[in-house]
Design a protein around this ligand. Structure first.
Ligand SMILES: NC(=O)c1ccc[n+]([C@@H]2O[C@H](COP(=O)([O-])OP(=O)(O)OC[C@H]3O[C@@H](n4cnc5c(N)ncnc54)[C@H](O)[C@@H]3O)[C@@H](O)[C@H]2O)c1
Length: 331
């Protein structure tokens, strides 16, 4: 049994507490958070102890930690946890600062401790089936990837202010998804962004609607569309045009009922937001991490993947600010 320490007791930590507790090979041993009330809530619900982070890292009986604290703590905790010999699953993004993320990467590589980054969407059964179909040659060579990722509603403005901006907080998932599907990183990135949903987001210096185009060494293209608001729910779709066909991953619906009357045909909305839409992916993500820890399997989402997605977010931010096409090699 792998004993796990959960660092953080917020929104996403609660999801992970469930996946850790439900997995047959892991046991949630302890939780730590500067918000003691939040930590106690998880401890009560899952029957684990509340400890300080340092206590968890010193505890020789704890084999692994899951970092689900606020983003600005990730790289520091990654370094401390790996130095303490704990295998780590760390939520995205690695850091908000690329130089710090790279420094963190070089420090943890020296330890040889397994670290996996929480790009959970790679474990979504639909998206991984699409990727498998491409790798299996079912649509020939990829030519144009389109990623649609719209949130149902903007987050609280306080969250926006500390999020690192749309590219590092939200589109980072889509940069990683493009890397996962295409199996390579793009050469160039250009970005357009605007703030048209909520004036507070603009005032905070962020954007809420964005478009990124990317070109690969052989000329193929990818486009990512993000919005912080879609009135009909959480819109998460992929479309990949290949030389011999098209692959599409559609939204998951709240139910499969379609009502047809003389007024028209009406179906259910997409499942609401990431907790509902990606619960299967979070479970599979933890299962994959357990395979790394217990069977020494290859790490499916590496620190390198985490740093690369951050570099792409930085390239997009640079393109947005100077209006130019950015070569990823400059970042
Ligand atoms: N993979 C995904 O789909 C996904 C979804 C949501 C959030 N996230 C990521 O997860 C992380 C947490 O996001 P969230 O939405 O759960 O935020 P949250 O604010 O709900 O939770 C963060 C928790 O970290 C705690 N914390 C902050 N600094 C700490 C410290 N130094 N020591 C101990 N605890 C500390 C806070 O008290 C809070 O309880 C972020 O990095 C975010 O980007 C990923």
């Amino acid at each position: 049994m792998i004993k796990v320490g959960l660092l953080g007791a917020g929104r996403i930590a609660t999801v992970h507490a469930t996946t850790i507790s439900n997995h047959p090979l892991s046991n949630l041993a302890a939780v730590a958070d500067i918000n003691n009330t939040a930590a106690l809530k998880i401890a009560d619900r899952y029957g684990c102890e509340v400890k300080e982070i340092e206590e968890i890292l010193r505890d020789q009986s704890i084999n692994a930690v899951l970092i689900a604290t606020s983003t600005n703590t990730h790289s520091d905790l990654l370094v401390r946890a790996t130095a303490a010999g704990k295998a780590v699953l760390c939520e995205k993004p690695v850091d908000l600062d690329l130089a710090r993320a790279r420094e963190c990467q070089s420090q943890i590589e020296k330890t040889g401790i397994p670290v996996m980054i929480g790009f959970n969407r790679r474990f979504d059964p639909n998206f991984s089936a699409l990727q498998n179909a491409l790798v299996g040659g079912e649509i020939g060579k990829p030519e144009l990837l389109s990623i649609t990722s719209f949130d149902p509603a903007p987050p609280p403005i306080e969250y926006v202010k500390s999020s690192g901006g749309l590219f590092k907080d939200m589109m980072i998932h889509d940069f990683d998804m493009a890397n996962f599907i295409m199996g390579e990183i793009p050469k160039t990135i250009s970005a357009f962004g605007t703030s048209i949903i909520n004036p507070d987001i603009k005032e905070a210096g962020d954007i809420d609607t964005a478009l990124v185009t990317m070109q690969y060494a052989d000329g193929k293209l990818a486009i990512i569309k993000n919005s912080r608001r879609a009135s009909y729910g959480y819109d998460q779709r992929l479309e990949l045009l290949g030389s011999e066909g098209l692959l599409q991953a559609q939204n998951m619906s709240e139910n499969t009922i379609v009502k047809s009357t003389e007024n028209g045909v009406l179906g259910a909305k997409p499942t609401y937001f990431f907790l509902e839409r990606y619960m299967t992916a979070f479970i599979a993500e933890w299962g994959a991490f357990m395979n790394v820890v217990t069977e020494n399997k290859t790490i499916p989402v590496t620190m390198d993947d985490g740093v690369m997605a951050l570099a792409m977010a930085e390239a997009a931010a640079k393109s947005l600010s100077n209006g130019a096409l950015v070569h990823l090699s400059e970042i």
